[in-house]
Ligand binder design. Structure first.
Ligand SMILES: [Zn+2]
Ligand SMILES: [Zn+2]
Length: 502
């Protein structure tokens, strides 16, 4: 039986084809706004789902706030994961915890049969970004973790979408399997990669995800492939004044490796990124360091390009060891892929995001935003009220600034689509105290509701339209043709549970 959702999608596709066919050069945003407006009157399943999201929202706004206060690091999100599991269980989901050797990983499931639609949730914080919900730098606890990437909103908003959609499916006898994936340690721990290796995505038809940001937009592909490793040099300790000739400095090797990378930087594509810290520089100036370590990330929009750069980085490390008569151990810690685009899913996600729309700030929120923007670099603050609008659908530009996510690996295995919602004040970027502050306010929570509604109605469209699921799979095959998924994380490696402390 074709439901209203399927009808909406079919009608949307047909309109798209007609408009494209006659060569209308409308900006995508205007096109979708017009379509969404014309469709919204018929979209009663969407209305019902949006209402359910709103009804359930107080519980999940509170959950986002509690997780924001917990601010737990990757693979140690015990309280955050338990809280979300409890809410999902109470809502009628079956929960399997501790999946893929990840103590805080879990899968919540409702329903049975096909299609299998999964919504991703994250809940890990970042080190050192503890911050009150205040417009100036005010750590709750100096040096402690904070939600500078807004994953408190990400995890709670995705759970809210799943719960509201489950209630809709139950009331309307919708067939299919809805899953919420509680995915730990997105920030450098690659929780999703180990879940893929454990086969947990094998039977999934479509994956949906979202991420906090300062605007509302569909992410059709993008993100940088990333490899990270610790380069540990071993030398010989000696008295740095009495007998330096007996020493072989591991710190010298670290510094020479850094110098080598700086010279290499000129000869790599300008959209690649290489960045590092000295994670161990020795114990005291009067002892020649017998161990020293460089912790490095390298990224590129293309994994193949990154592999070439990575091989050169390893050679530079080996060269530094040769020059200093030290030895080198390389431990690959993490790796994630770029995100594969899916045009079929992007079309429907864009229409739905347009239909849900943004939101406006209250006078109090405007006041908070203006105070917070004073801490941002001059010229970085957009003057529009970004949260109220939805950006047009754009093709990913590999030369635009971007970050990395283990959602990329999921997208190489399952048709995947995601979007960002305006949880941060315009001008604020993730991984800052300003983002952590926003993630604890009503601005973050309003953005979270935009995300929950868009996720829930998009998942409902997938349950209603087998054709949409088929189109998503066909586009996935087209986008990944001639390539094979791989991860640079060595085979057999277990999730690095204490990677933040290593
Ligand atoms: Zn992040
Ligand atoms: Zn993030």
């Amino acid at each position: 039986m074709q439901s209203a959702g399927a009808w909406v999608y079919t009608r949307l596709s047909r309109k798209m084809k007609i408009l494209t066919g006659i060569g209308l050069k409308l900006r995508t945003g205007c096109l979708f706004a017009a379509l969404a407006a014309s469709l919204s009157a018929q979209s009663s399943p969407h209305k019902e789902i949006v209402k359910l999201v709103e009804q359930n929202s107080p519980t999940y706004i509170q959950a986002s706030k509690t997780i924001w206060e917990y601010a737990e690091l990757g693979y140690h999100e015990e309280k955050s994961s338990t809280l979300l599991q409890r809410h999902l269980k109470e809502a009628g989901f079956g929960v399997e915890a501790g999946v893929a050797d990840e103590p805080t990983g879990f899968i919540a499931t409702y329903g049975k049969g096909r299609p299998v639609v999964a919504i991703l949730g994250e809940f890990d914080a970042l080190p050192g970004l503890s911050q009150a919900a205040a417009p100036d730098r005010s750590p709750v606890k100096a040096g402690a973790p904070g939600h500078g990437c807004g994953h408190n909103l990400l995890g709670a908003g995705a759970a809210l979408a799943a719960v509201a959609l489950k209630q809709y499916m139950e009331a309307n006898h919708v067939a299919g399997t809805l899953r919420y994936y509680g995915t730990p340690a997105e920030e450098g721990g690659d929780g999703k990669v180990y879940m893929i290796r454990a086969g947990l995505f094998r039977d999934v038809d479509v994956v949906l995800h979202w991420h906090p940001a300062s605007s509302n937009a569909v992410m059709n592909g993008g993100a940088l492939a990333l490899t990270s490793a610790k380069f540990l040099f071993h030398g010989v300790a000696a008295h740095a004044a009495f007998a330096p000739e007996r020493g072989r400095s591991a710190l010298d090797a670290v510094m020479l490796m850094g110098t080598g990378i700086e010279f290499m930087r000129e000869h790599i594509p300008s959209n690649a990124r290489v960045h590092y810290i000295v994670s161990n520089g020795g114990a005291a100036p009067n002892v020649v360091p017998d161990t020293a370590e460089l912790f490095l990330y390298a990224r590129s929009p293309s994994l193949a390009t990154l592999d070439g750069i990575w091989a050169r980085i390893e050679k530079i490390g080996q060269g530094a060891a040769l020059m200093t008569e030290t030895t080198l151990d390389i431990k690959i810690l993490g790796s994630s892929n770029n995100i594969v685009a899916n045009d079929a899913l992007a079309t429907i996600a864009q229409a739905n995001l347009e239909e849900i729309g943004g939101y406006r700030y209250t006078a109090e929120e405007k006041h908070f935003a203006q105070a917070l923007q004073k801490s941002l670099p001059a010229g970085s603050v957009p003057d529009s009220e970004l949260a109220a609008s939805v950006e047009p659908l754009r093709k990913f530009d590999p030369n635009q600034p971007s970050a990395s996510t283990d959602v990329g690996d999921v997208s190489w295995n399952v048709p995947t689509i995601g979007f960002v919602a305006a949880t941060f004040v315009p001008g604020v970027v993730a991984h800052t105290w300003q983002a952590a502050a926003c993630a604890g306010t009503s601005i973050g929570q309003k953005g979270m509701l935009v995300a929950a509604k868009t996720l829930a109605v998009t998942a409902a469209d997938l349950f209603a339209s087998p054709q949409l699921v088929r189109d998503a799979k066909q586009d996935f095959l087209r986008q990944t043709a001639g390539t094979t998924y791989k991860s640079e994380i060595p085979a057999g490696q277990k999730p690095p549970i204490d990677y933040g402390k290593m």
